[in-house]
Each structure stands twice: as structure tokens, then as C-alpha cells.
Design a binder for this molecule. Structure first.
Ligand code: ATP
Length: 252
């Protein structure tokens, strides 16, 4: 479980997170949703200790993340940021291998190589494995980054808008792969999604944020209702239910 207790965060005079307390249960997929600037990425980056905690406490599986050495933390939590800086003069297989570095200090074992190949296969990257990142399309590069994160084989997987740039097929495949990985290995996936319908179809629970606070934490059926959506996003949407799953209509 990830336990977030009374976390506040500000930059200068601007409050970005206000007294956030949230338990994310072990296993399954938790989707973080909310308008631009709601604080989703900031919360994710604090869980992965990419920035110092200013107030409150965060633990992952009982481990206090802000007091755990980076190398140890990297074996427990993997994060894919929204716009990671990676050099383009890197081949896909090299990038995915980076996911194994926290485990072997750069020296890859046979098991590491096998995990890299599995991640390449899982994201349909085998044919692209020897290509430089700069020669890939945006979606192919995004898949390589997700594969690197999965190859880290951590108990907690944090993904910030990983569906960016993915076409419908690969967006669905990624969500299905995350579900499969979570189910087969008991991994806990926390994923920032802008498409609430992806959240409804694939997430086990949804956490909605607004203005630096958590405003809802429940199942898709409870959160994806017109009044709740209005409260979270500030405009009216219709919701239909298809095969038991809410589908949000937000185009008109
Ligand atoms: N480095 C920074 N310097 C100043 N303000 C920042 C910085 N990073 C984030 N913020 C501000 O913090 C607030 C929350 O940003 P954050 O990226 O966490 O939101 P978000 O919910 O992930 O948004 P989005 O959906 O647009 O990615 C925003 O108002 C943003 O402008």
C-alpha cells in the first residue's frame, strides 16, 4: 500500500498540494484524474521522491520513501514522468536495459537480459530494438519508455500520462498489459490518465484531484456521474452505461 499522510507542497507563494491524505491499496490499477494543474504529477513525483517532501509523510509498502536511499527505492518504485529527458543517441534495447540498472549496478545478468527481452516483446518493440530513439515515432518512443519502466520490475509502478502519443490500439494494449502485470505479479499501478473512459474501462479505482486536493476516491461507477464530473472538471458531461461500464460523453 502507498500511504500519503497530510502532504502539502508549495512553490513560492503558490500552494500546489493542500493536506493530501490518501491510501492507495496494494495491487490493481489506481487512476489519478483531474484537470490540468490539479497537482497529479506533483503528487506522483513526491511518491517517487523526485522532489523533497515539504510536509507530511509518504510510505510505500511501509518504506518511508523520503528516508530511503535512491538505489533501494528504485528497486521498489519505478516512475515514468510526463516528458522524460532521454538522449536520442540511444538504441531502444539500451533504453529498456536502463530499467535493470538499479538491480545490478549496470552489469546485466541473464535474468536482466531476459526481463529486457520480455518487456521489448510485450510492447511490440522487438523489431525496433536496434533503432536509435531519434528515429522512432512519438508513440514508438513512448512505448520504449514504458517498456523501460516495466523492465525495472518494481512492486510499485507510477506512470504519468503514459497514453500520450499512443494510437487507440497501443493505448488499449498498454492498459491491458498493465492489468495483466498487476494481476500476475500483484503489482500496484498508479497512472495519471486524462481519458476518463480509459480509467473507467481499466482502473480498479479512481482518485480525482482538484486544486491540489483529493476530491474523490472511489470506483468508476461512483465517480463518473454528471454531478461529480462537473465538480472535478467544471463542465457538463453526459454519462451512458455500456456493459456495466460508465462511458463519458464529453465532445459536445
Ligand atoms: N516547476 C514548477 N514551477 C512552478 N510551478 C509548477 C512547477 N511544476 C508544477 N507547477 C504548478 O503546480 C501546479 C500543479 O501542477 P501539476 O503538474 O502537478 O498538475 P497536473 O495535475 O499534473 O497537471 P497536467 O494535467 O496539466 O499535467 C500547476 O499550477 C503548475 O503550474
Amino acid at each position: 500500500m502507498i500511504r500519503i499522510e497530510n502532504v502539502s507542497f508549495s512553490r513560492g507563494s503558490k500552494t500546489i498540494l493542500q493536506d493530501v491524505s490518501l491510501d492507495i491499496p496494494k495491487g490493481g490499477i489506481t487512476a489519478l484524474v483531474g484537470a490540468n494543474g490539479a497537482g497529479k504529477s506533483t503528487l506522483l513525483s513526491l511518491i517517487a521522491r523526485l522532489q523533497p517532501l515539504q510536509a507530511g509523510q509518504i510510505t510505500a509498502g511501509g518504506l518511508p520513501v523520503h528516508a530511503t536511499p535512491s538505489r533501494e527505492l528504485a528497486k521498489v518504485i519505478a516512475i515514468l514522468r510526463q516528458e522524460p529527458l532521454v538522449t536520442s543517441r540511444l538504441r531502444v534495447r539500451e533504453l529498456v536495459s536502463f530499467g535493470r540498472f538499479p538491480h545490478g549496478r549496470g552489469k546485466l545478468t541473464n535474468e536482466d537480459h531476459a526481463l529486457v527481452e520480455r518487456a521489448l516483446q510485450q510492447f511490440d518493440l522487438t523489431d525496433l530494438a536496434d533503432r536509435f530513439l531519434e528515429t522512432l515515432s512519438g508513440g514508438q518512443r513512448q512505448r520504449a519508455l514504458v517498456a523501460m519502466t516495466i523492465a525495472q520490475d518494481t512492486e510499485y509502478l507510477l506512470l504519468d500520462e503514459p497514453l500520450n502519443n499512443l494510437d487507440m490500439y497501443f493505448a488499449r494494449e498498454l492498459m491491458r498489459s498493465l492489468k495483466a502485470v498487476s494481476k500476475a505479479h500483484g503489482k500496484t499501478v498508479v497512472i495519471v490518465l486524462h481519458d476518463v473512459n480509459q480509467a473507467a474501462s481499466h482502473a480498479d479505482r479512481i482518485v480525482a484531484m482538484k486544486d491540489g486536493r483529493v476530491v474523490a476516491n472511489a470506483s468508476a461507477r461512483e465517480i463518473l456521474t454528471p454531478p461529480m464530473l462537473f465538480d472535478i472538471f467544471g463542465f457538463e458531461m453526459e454519462v451512458e452505461t455500456i456493459n456495466g461500464t460508465p462511458v463519458v460523453l464529453h465532445f459536445q
